[in-house]
Ligand binder design. Structure first.
Ligand code: GSH
Length: 407
């Protein structure tokens, strides 16, 4: 997100245990050996798909055996009506079941192969979502227990990985119960959705992009990037963003990264939909750009670093770098003084209506309001009213609900 964020991340290999956002948890899971992963994945794929193939084979064998018994009956008894009916019944049910198991086995095998090798087969998002949610809760409890007993943080990666496989086995079980529904999901899923946002729940830049899509009332698919397997660093993801970070927006054949570039594109390309997020008049537009730059160049750095210090800090046992916080608060206070003055002359930063100049602030603003830094906003009446106004917009409230549901 910015240079500070990266440095922080590298030092601690984590944004923290995250009281506030599930996305921090993904950063804890980079330790599992890829080789071990691949071996386990391959073994599981073979076992799961193999059992379906065995079922298929058993049905075929059963059909052949039953036919062998029925055929002499056909010869011995005449008229042939009863044995013929038995034979036809066996033929129909036996071969149909055999074929069904075979097709299911091949489908499941290829789905598992894609999922286990870090791909995104249709329906895997729901599985990942459930996995991530369970993993987050489990790691959070484990982290608290370890913290209480003074233990280290080792072993968190195994927890996420084990959950992934348990969920995968549950999924296989349910798929075999209802293969038709599974098939329908595969064929009806995302292929037709033009807009795709790749991100993780809780990530401030991903939420920035999502806010623009919601303001524009656009249908889009939210593709959850799997941090546990470092999906953002795989060749497939690097082809979307060579920096290996979320968010990425796909609109048909257009692929965009950098959250602010995404919000700008969405506002311009879908100018006639939903909320108008930009001014058309060149002078108004120029002023709006000034405040968009203020967010990116002045507000973002102290605010996101404070978010990481104060909101996502549990990995360090709840400690924060107090001196750093004081320094960052002073920097942010200077920025907010300028904002206070600006907001006395105009209801929104970019002008008289809500635009990208305001929207781009939302994620950091949201997280800061849950920290002691809120006092800096409360002390400035215009800034405080502005923050309350933009944070209560329906598009943003939708995102907060998602965070509460999944975070
Ligand atoms: N300037 C970028 C920052 C993106 C960013 O920092 N994304 C983080 C998540 S909050 C990420 O993907 N980190 C993963 C990594 O660096 O491996 C933006 O605004 O889109």
């Amino acid at each position: 997100m910015n240079i500070h964020h990266q440095t922080y991340n590298n030092q601690h290999n984590s944004y923290g245990g995250g009281v506030g956002g599930s996305y921090n948890e993904y950063q804890n899971q980079h330790h599992t050996s890829p080789l071990v992963h691949q071996v386990v994945k391959a073994a599981t794929s073979v076992t799961a798909g193999g059992s379906l193939l065995v079922l298929s084979g058993l049905t075929l064998a059963g059909t052949v055996v039953a036919l062998t018994i029925a055929t002499p009956l056909l010869v011995i008894f005449s008229p042939v009506l009863v044995p013929a009916a038995i034979t036809l019944f066996l033929l129909a049910t036996g071969f149909l079941t055999y074929g069904g198991f075979g097709v299911a086995a091949v489908t499941v095998l290829s789905w598992i192969y894609k999922y286990a090798t870090g791909g995104h087969p249709p329906g895997s998002d729901s599985l990942d979502q459930a996995r991530d949610k369970l993993g987050y809760k489990a790691r959070d409890m484990k982290g608290r227990a370890e913290h209480a007993t003074g233990m280290g943080i080792h072993g968190r990666a195994d927890m996420g990985s084990a959950l992934r496989w348990k969920l995968l086995f549950s999924a296989i079980f349910f798929i075999s119960l209802d293969p038709y529904h599974f098939y329908k999901r595969i064929t009806a899923n995302s292929a037709t959705m033009a807009l795709k946002l790749h991100g993780i729940v809780g990530s401030p830049p991903a939420f920035r992009a999502m806010a623009a899509l919601y303001e524009k009332d656009l249908d889009f698919e939210f593709v959850r990037v799997n941090y546990a397997s470092r999906e953002q660093k795989t060749p497939r993801f690097l082809a979307l963003n060579p920096f290996g970070q979320v968010p990425v927006l796909e609109d048909g054949d257009l692929k965009l990264f950098e959250s602010r570039a995404i919000t700008k594109y969405v506002a311009e390309a879908y100018a006639d939909k939903g909320t108008s997020l930009i001014f058309k008049d060149p002078k108004k537009s120029a002023i709006q750009t000034v405040w968009m730059e203020a967010e990116a160049q002045k507000f973002n750095s102290p605010s996101i670093r404070l978010v990481f210090e104060l909101k996502f800090n549990l990995n360090r046992g709840g400690e924060t770098g107090e001196a750093l916080v004081v320094e960052l608060e002073a920097k942010l206070a200077d920025v907010l003084d300028v904002y206070e003055s600006r907001l006395t002359e105009s209801k929104y930063l970019g002008g008289d209506s809500f635009t990208l100049a305001d929207l781009n602030h939302l994620p950091n603003l949201h997280y800061l309001m849950e920290t002691k830094v809120k006092k800096l906003f409360d002390a400035r009446p215009h800034v405080s009213a502005w923050a309350a106004d933009i944070l209560s917009r329906p598009a943003w409230v939708k995102i907060v609900s998602m965070l509460q549901r999944e975070g």
